[in-house]
Design a protein around this ligand. Sequence first.
Ligand SMILES: [Zn+2]
Length: 537
Amino acid sequence: MDVLVTDADIVTMAAGAGLARSMLVRDDRIAAIGPAERVRAAAAPGARVVGLEGAAVIPGLIDAHCHLCNVGYLASGADCSQPAAPDIPAILARLRDAAARTPEGSWVTGSGYVEYKLHEGRHPTRADLDAAVPDRPAILFHTSLHACVLNTPALREAGFGDRQPDSPGGRFGRDGEGRLDGVVHEGPTFTLLWGGLRRDMQRMSAEQRAGLVARAGQHFAALGITAACDADTRRDSLTAYAEADERGMLGVRVGGLVVHDEADWLLGSGLRGRRSPRLAAESVKIWADGGMSSRTAAIHGSYPVPPYGSGIMYFPPDELTAMVAEFDARGLQVCIHAQGDRAIETVLDAYAAVLGGRCGNPLRHRIEHGGSMFAPLAARAAPLGIVVAAQPGMLSILGDGFAEALPERSDELYAYASWRRAGIRVAGSSDAPVITADPLVGIRDAVLRRTSSGRVLGPGERLAAQNALALYTTEAAFAMHREHDIGSLEPGKLADFVILDRNPLDTEPEQITDIRVLATAVGGQPVFQASDSPLRL
Ligand SMILES: [Zn+2]
């Protein structure tokens, strides 16, 4: 079946492509694109014509690093983000509501708070949570997902007592007498999130699991996203993606970055490799350090703000190098979370040890985030061919907190323009649910670099809109090893595209986030259509 998209303002993102007004979609691929007459001539008689009346078409947006399954899971709990919940009483009210609809046996779950955005300026504690949910476990995740708060029944069920020592990769908040105050930083947070998700998903039917990831996919499709890497893929989520894919419910294409300690399971599961056009798992994920918004990223020097210190490293350097060598030898793309300069340095040492003396980086091993990849580190990453998956949208949403954490070097964070000049391939992403998955926020922030207080972080690092859009299209496709199929609109590529009410390259940067997504197509099939738009794909 031929579908002829006409009267459109098409941004192809293809190198050297001229102006395009029409696009011919045949089955799941683009058959022709360019000037109207030429494309019309290529269409079969009886092709369905979709006139866009001047609306814009861009390639489907790609989120190279997010937590799609967590988005679906946490969306069923309480939204405790700011400004929706401006203070601790508002968070508690939301947890109370969530308790009423949480099935027996599951923990009451909330997420999205940032302690320095709350009126109280602190983390809620177990005593706060006990007042709202006294009689069953409740857990509240920090937006970074690198910290959480447990009430007393949850601490008990998790086996955390007051004499609990800090674990090597984590830290427990304590009151004046040394008793646990319920706040948990790093390591145990991940275990709790995944323990909860595993517990709840194992109780679900295959249909329900497929529904959970399908809903997250619908949310992404409504934002114009057609492909996403889940940077925290485990057996439960990969199984759910496969269940959704088998049922034709996986709206967006998913690339799984499988958590390193489940790589053996992946290799034995039959799920490795390109399973279908919508699902692939060919990468492993390793965490080198903590997060910037939780001030646990491993830095040289120390933080001037709580919890102070110089961050957390999860592995000694030689162990990290051994892991990279092992996964590289098994042909898996390695994606390492590294935010602080000390962590990035260690990761580059590991990559250099494994890739050194070879030609390039054929598996496209990546650094995830890379916030503090300052100039000397970027100068090392570029010749190694390391790909960076970064999150421009953090600049407006979390940038003020970053500037407090690294006051001297805040203008050098996420140095997109410098990285680009150094020749580093940078993929755009959101890290959702850490921040919104909306790629238009990331594109605007890559152009403006303005924090929520109005400060511009690193004015010299602003990107032109075309280059900002490239982060979420051609560059993210490269990071996923899928540039032959997605990332630009060209004959032969998959028909993944988004219809917008205006062209983001001709829009004032401040107004980029006002652009409306009218429809999203994956493989030529509509996966989202705005209900108030007459346009139908
Ligand atoms: Zn992440």
